[in-house]
Design a protein around this ligand. Structure first.
Ligand SMILES: NC(=O)c1ccc[n+]([C@@H]2O[C@H](COP(=O)([O-])OP(=O)(O)OC[C@H]3O[C@@H](n4cnc5c(N)ncnc54)[C@H](OP(=O)(O)O)[C@@H]3O)[C@@H](O)[C@H]2O)c1
Length: 308
């Protein structure tokens, strides 16, 4: 069987790391990232034509949510215009584009999980720039695309909330964490696996009788369940205590106003995974269970590093 070529943009990032580790047989990944490859340089993007990839997977983004507030132009270029260039390239070479987006495209005023066709209303420059990226792809007229919105990502090799909480819990006796923003944590390994499940719909559309004839479009994927940042932090610390020596004694819930940041976040950004589940026939792992696996894995990799 000939391998399908995946051009992976943002290949040194946290999600891309999981994609590279979990790539199934039958795909070959070609990795691109800064500083050699800049998504905002249309000439560089179009030069990928000669490689003729079947799949373009965009994990690149300017992900510093607060940094985006003071770097609006850069955010719009990387998160907005860049995906548009990728869509033009995909159309030109008949490739499938997979683009990763965010729950921060929503305003957060709903009381039940956001569906793919719910109105957007980003509160931050980051959210606006990611929405622009979605719009550029849709406006391009490209038919073969998956836009996968996800939330609260953590995973191996990334600066993420789980690592921050474990670090702070080793340094301090008390932590204060925001309790009035609700969402769903997502392990990068589960998201990478979900992306490959979506790709499999196209490779073998007969796999599930539920699979729509044209499965393309927007999908939501996070882990199952929901929590506040405070509840997430409490769970991280409860789980990490089994393997780490932590100093923290108190974790206190605080309102958003108690921890002011440049970018406004949605109060509620839980997403419905019904469309993904119906299309793939897959179940979605619950967030505490995935957190447990992540924490187990990081201990195993620490033990391995120690032995080497
Ligand atoms: N992290 C989250 O909590 C979260 C939540 C929801 C959605 N998402 C989305 O999920 C996706 C993956 O996120 P992540 O956390 O894995 O991101 P990440 O770790 O920040 O990785 C992004 C990668 O893109 C690269 N990049 C930035 N600008 C680029 C450019 N102009 N050209 C080429 N590459 C560029 C970065 O390089 P440098 O490091 O050198 O800048 C980095 O290697 C993104 O689309 C993000 O918006 C993330």
């Amino acid at each position: 069987m000939e391998e399908k070529k995946i051009v992976l943009i943002g290949a040194n990032g946290m999600l891309a790391g999981a994609v590279k580790r979990l790539v199934p047989v039958g795909y070959k990944v070609h990795a691109y990232d800064l500083p050699e490859f800049d998504l905002t340089d249309s000439g560089q993007v179009f030069s990928l034509r000669t490689l003729k990839p079947e799949i373009i997977l965009n994990c690149a983004a300017y992900t510093n949510v607060d940094g985006c507030e003071s770097q609006r132009e850069l955010a719009m270029q990387v998160n907005g215009e860049g995906p548009g260039f990728l869509a033009e390239l995909a159309k030109d070479i008949d490739a499938l584009l997979v683009h990763v987006s965010t729950d921060f495209v929503f305003a957060g005023d709903k009381k039940e999980p956001y569906r793919e066709d719910d109105p957007t209303g980003p509160l931050s420059v980051y959210g606006q720039s990611k929405l622009l990226g979605e719009q550029r792809i849709i406006e391009s007229g490209l038919e073969k695309y998956f836009i996968v919105r996800t939330s609260w990502l953590y995973g191996q090799g990334g600066n993420n909330f789980v690592e921050t909480m474990i670090r702070l819990a080793k340094e301090r006796t008390e932590l204060k964490v925001v309790d009035d923003q609700r969402g769903t944590p997502t392990w990068t390994d589960d998201l990478a696996a979900a992306i490959f499940k979506l790709l499999a719909l196209v490779a073998a559309p007969h796999v599930s009788p539920r699979t729509p004839h044209r499965p393309y479009g927007i999908y939501h994927f996070s882990n199952e369940g929901q929590c506040s940042w405070y509840q997430f932090a409490a769970e991280i610390i409860a789980q990490a205590r089994h393997s780490e020596s932590l100093k923290v004694e108190n974790i206190l819930p605080i309102p958003t106003e108690g921890y002011p940041l440049p970018a406004q976040r949605p109060k509620y950004s839980v997403m419905s995974k019904e469309k993904y589940k119906a299309a793939t026939g897959m179940q979605v792992p619950e967030w505490r269970e995935s957190l447990r696996k992540y924490i187990e894995n990081r201990i195993k990799s620490q033990v391995l590093r120690f032995k080497m």
